[in-house]
Structures are given as C-alpha cells and as structure tokens.
Design a protein. Structure first.
Length: 130
C-alpha cells in the first residue's frame, strides 16, 4: 500500500494495478521467509533440547561416579591423618596379608561400599545396565 501511494507522485498514469502485482509477490516472499524462520526456530529448539538431554545424561553418569568414590575418599582421608586407627602406623603392622594388610583392607572396605552403593542405585533404577 505504501509503495503504490509513493509511486503515484512520479507518474501521471494510475500505476496501482502494476504495483499491486509487485506487492502481491513481495507479500508471498515475506510469507515464505516467515515460514522458513519458524522452521529454523523449530530446528534450533530441537537441537537445544537434544543437547540438553545429552548433557543431562553425562552429568548423571558423572554424579553417580562421584558418589561412588565418596566412601573411598573418606576412608583414605581418615587413614591419611596422624590418628591412631586400627591397622595404622602407631599400632604396628598387621600380618594377615603381609606388610600391606592395612592397604588391602582399605581397598576392600572402599570397594565393598562402592559396590553396595552401585547395587542400591541399580535397584532403585538410577543405573541401568544394558
């Protein structure tokens, strides 16, 4: 509408019919562009959702791995302190498994607690084994 009104000042003939046709073509092009824009927005939203889902899965795995390592960290930290604990340096070495008895017992306790937590997570449904 705006274009047809402005063009009239350059010509004495009524050119409205000609420019109405051009205006129709421009409107069709604008409709196609708007539809394309909407399609692109849909693809962007889908890509964002897929990336978010992938990131959430990765974070879930990392959280479970971190949670499984907590008991080992706590037990190792306790025995790393200068505190008189069973099997520690102050009470002398145990000879059940040789000189590495304390180390082996710490590994067994840590692995058992991690396996117990992994079993519980599997039973609750947080971990799915394929």
């Amino acid at each position: 509408m705006y274009m047809t009104n402005d063009i009239q000042q350059f010509s004495e003939q009524d050119l409205t019919l000609y420019f109405d046709n051009v205006k129709d073509h421009i409107d069709k092009v604008l409709e196609v562009l708007e539809e394309s824009n909407e399609t692109i927005e849909i693809y962007k939203d889908t890509d964002y959702m897929l990336n978010t889902e992938k990131t959430n899965k990765i974070l879930a795995v990392l959280t479970i791995l971190f949670t499984l390592s907590i008991p080992s960290t706590i037990i190792g930290t306790l025995y790393g302190m200068n505190v008189n604990l069973p099997g520690g340096i102050e009470t002398g070495s145990w000879y059940l498994f040789g000189t590495y008895t304390t180390f082996i017992l710490l590994l067994i306790i840590s692995l058992l607690s991690a396996l117990l937590m992994a079993w519980y997570f599997h039973m609750v449904g947080w971990i799915r084994i394929k």
